[in-house]
Design a protein around this ligand. Structure first.
Ligand code: NDP
Length: 444
């Protein structure tokens, strides 16, 4: 049995109840076969794959808080510190009822390679809780965030582990958590990223994941002699990533015709009105029905369905496993030629393979959405030097990072004889740096 197959079998046995984690490990290790086969003896002796698939540390904790009725509620908190070979652990915090250890491990595992790809010195981690922020008052959100940080503060620090936002964690939650960290540790340090501008945040962090996704997509299309301008784009989600992906796509001359949320989706033949979308989602925190009510040409549909819309480029920006095999078939049938993942693992393995087999350019999230974490690392740099860069400086650095990520994975894919397979290219380029650092640091 090959080394990869042996490790996959062992990981499956040890983590049988964590399907998302197994899916991520399977996808990554399978695509690393060309590199691992070439170095099999050394990697086996070093138990490199066993080490890289086992988190350095998992912290699971109780998060008690009091709701507006005076009732005590209890949630479960997580921080998975997966790999610190190339820098302090770095990765977001997710607040969503679906959160469990397997999901946080899958996200933390993916984060290792994504962070490596940025070229910046950041290790991989992820955290969150099964707390549902929907429908909670500001005071309840603060009570939860303070309780969550009371425990988390023991495990993180500017040189140890620097969390950020993810689903359900935006500027408001980061603010409450930062305040609590400072209060407990009596230290004003860059321990979280995604902070408000008045207390150490970076300009362009809010826009970074969505903008970065488009810088990457434009570069990928250009390398295949396609111009993004004039193309029709379908986007899913209407959160942080989706909104700024839509904004940058339109700035680059494309037309975005869909967005979605967890209850339905909107088709707007005129192109999504970004100002209205921001008003509905960022300010009113309302459903997309409110968008369709204000925009007469837009049509609202209940449930799933974004991917049946005809488009040239698809950008899934909502959540994991939201682009399924039937969606992939519909996209191919409708002539879509590029899919770039704004969300983490939104496309199932089966759908990814179908798209690749049918000649669709496929950009995996760990490369295409790395602009968020890259700009978080730029926020860390600004905090360390106690300076703030301008929006244009940060945006220019983000642009260069995304272009370099594409070039690195494109060249890694070519070096290992899998040209055009950007999934393999991203995993290989991310893995090589981690593997070298882990081996150099000995058995740890
Ligand atoms: P937000 O919470 O801002 O938005 C998430 C969006 O996805 C919302 O529109 C939400 O709808 C929708 N959504 C969530 N769950 C589901 C579901 N089960 N079915 C359909 N729609 C759903 O999150 P972000 O935009 O920050 O993150 C989106 C994705 O991008 C995640 O996978 C995240 O891990 C990834 N990512 C985010 C980065 C960032 O910087 N923010 C960086 C890199 C990756 P509703 O409003 O109804 O809940």
């Amino acid at each position: 049995m090959s080394y990869v197959d042996e490790v996959l079998a062992r990981v499956a046995e040890k983590n049988a109840e964590q399907p998302e984690f197994l899916q991520a490990v399977t996808e990554v290790l399978n695509s690393l076969r060309p590199v691992i086969d070439q170095n099999e003896t050394q990697y086996r002796k070093e138990a490199l794959l066993e080490r890289i698939t086992e988190p350095e540390r998992v912290v699971m904790f109780r998060v008690p808080w009091v709701d507006d009725q005076g009732q005590v509620q209890v949630n479960r908190g997580f921080r998975v510190q997966f790999n610190s070979a190339i820098g302090p652990y770095k990765g977001g915090l997710r607040l969503h009822p679906s959160v469990n250890l397997g999901i946080i491990k899958f996200l933390g595992f993916e984060q290792i390679f994504k962070n490596s790809l940025t070229g910046l010195p950041i290790g991989g981690g992820k955290g969150g809780s099964d707390f549902n922020p929907k429908g909670k008052s500001d005071r309840e959100i603060m009570a939860f965030c303070q309780s969550f940080m009371t425990e988390l503060s023991r495990h993180i620090g500017a040189d140890t582990d620097v969390p950020a936002g993810d689903i359900g964690v935006g500027g408001r939650e980061i603010g409450y958590m930062f305040g609590q960290y400072k209060r407990i540790r009596n230290q004003y340090e860059g321990v979280l990223t995604g902070k408000g501008l008045s207390y150490g945040g970076s300009l362009a962090r809010t826009e970074a994941t969505g903008y970065g996704l488009l810088y990457f997509t434009k570069e990928m299309l250009q390398a295949n002699n396609i111009d993004l301008a004039g193309k029709t784009v379908c986007i899913s989600g209407s959160g942080n990533v989706a909104i700024y992906a839509a904004q940058k796509a339109q700035q680059l001359g494309a037309k975005v015709v869909t967005v979605s949320d967890s209850t339905g989706w909107v088709y707007d033949p005129d192109g999504i009105d970004i100002a209205l979308l921001k008003q509905v989602k960022e300010i009113d925190r309302a459903r997309l029905t409110a968008y369709a009510e204000k925009k007469t040409n837009a049509v609202y549909h209940e449930g799933r369905g974004v991917w049946v819309t005809k488009c040239d480029v698809a950008l899934p920006c909502a959540t994991q496993n939201e682009l399924l095999i039937d969606d992939a078939k519909a996209l191919v049938e409708n002539g879509c030629f590029a899919v770039a993942e704004g969300a983490n693992m939104p496309t199932t393995l089966e759908a990814t393979q179908y798209l690749q087999q049918h000649g669709v350019l496929f950009a995996p999230g760990k490369a295409a959405n790395a602009g968020g974490v890259a700009t978080s690392a730029l926020e860390m740099s600004q905090n360390s030097e106690r300076l703030s860069w301008t929006f244009d400086e940060v945006d220019a650095k983000l642009h260069d990072i995304m272009v370099n990520i594409f070039r690195n994975l494109d060249s890694a894919a070519k070096r290992y004889g899998v040209a055009g397979d950007y999934v393999a290219g991203a995993n290989i380029a991310g893995f090589e740096k981690i593997a070298n650092a882990m081996i150099a640091q000995g058995v740890c």
